[in-house]
Design a protein around this ligand. Sequence first.
Ligand code: GAL
Length: 326
Amino acid sequence: MKKSMLLVLAMVFVLACALPAAAKDYKVGVAIYQFDDNFMTLYRNELKSYFDELSAAGEDKYDVTIVDGKNDMAEQSNQIDNFITQGVDVIILNLVQTSSADAIIDKIVAAEIPCILINREPLGDNGDESYAGILDNAGVCYVGADARQSGTFQGEIVAELENHGDINGDGKISYIMIEGDPENIDAQYRTEFSVKALTDAGYEVECLDDQVGNWAQAKGQELCANALSKYGDAVEVVFCNNDAMALGAAAAIQAAGRKVGEDIYLLGVDALAECVEMVNNGEMTGTVLNDHVGQSHAAVDAAVAALNGEELQNYYWVDYVKVTAK
Ligand code: GAL
C-alpha cells in the first residue's frame, strides 16, 4: 500500500475515534402486572419520567411503551410476544405470575433482548432466592427491595410502642393480618417477618385472623370490617401487607368506632403520600417506605447499562425505610 494511502487511512481512524459515538434511538418495552395498583402506578410514572429526563439530557433517546398486564398472565405473555416482534431493545418486566417466569424469560433470552425484572422476585424451588437459572442469563437481572426488611420494620414499630401493642394488658399482642397476593414474596415475607420481629423481641403474639386482600383497598376494608365485627376489642394490631389495604382497613376501623393509637394500631407498607399524612395525623401507627423512586431509577440505570453492552449484576437492591409520626 502506498505511503499516502496509509496516511489517509490513519487520519480517518484518528477522526473516527475523536468523534462522539452516534446518538441512538432505543425502544423500551415496559410490562406492568396491573395498572390498577397504587404503588405500581407511582413506580411506572417515575420510570417514564426518568427515561424522559435521560432522553432530554443526553444524546440517546428512549422511546418507552408501557403496557397493562391487567393481572392476567396470558395477556402479559402476548404483550411480551408483541415487544419481541416489534424489536424492542430492552424489556422491563413486572411479572403477573412469578411462577411463569421461566417460560417468559426463555422467550426474551432467545430473542437476545436484555430483561430487567422488577417488583416481583421470581423464586426458585427452594423458595429463598431468585431462580438462579433465570438470573444466570447474561442480560437478565432483578431490581427490588428485600421484603423481609419491610416486615421486620412493621413489627419493630409495634415493639417500640410504649405498650408494645398489648393494649388490654393480657400479656400478648393479638393481631389480624391482611395479606397481598400470596404468590408474591412481598406478601409472604411481610406476613412472616412482621410477626417474627415481635417474637424475636420476646413478645407473645396471637393471630386472630389472616386473610388475603390481594393488595386491594376495597378488599382490605371488607376483611378488616369482618374481623372487627367478629373479634371486636380483642383486635389490638392490624397488619396490612401494603398501604392500599391499610387505607381500606382505616375506613373499617373508623366505621367500627375504634380509634388508632388509642384502642387499636394500624400498619402498612409503601408510604403512599396519603398514608404518610395519616401516620403524621395519628390515623395510622406506621408504614414503611417502599422506595419507588430508588427502585425505578435503579431499573432504568440497569436497562441503560444493558443497552450500552455492560455486564449486569444479578440483583440490585434498594432499602426500605421505617415511617412513624414526625
Ligand atoms: C408491593 C407493594 C404493593 C403492590 C405489590 C405488587 O411491593 O407494596 O403495594 O404494589 O408490590 O406486586
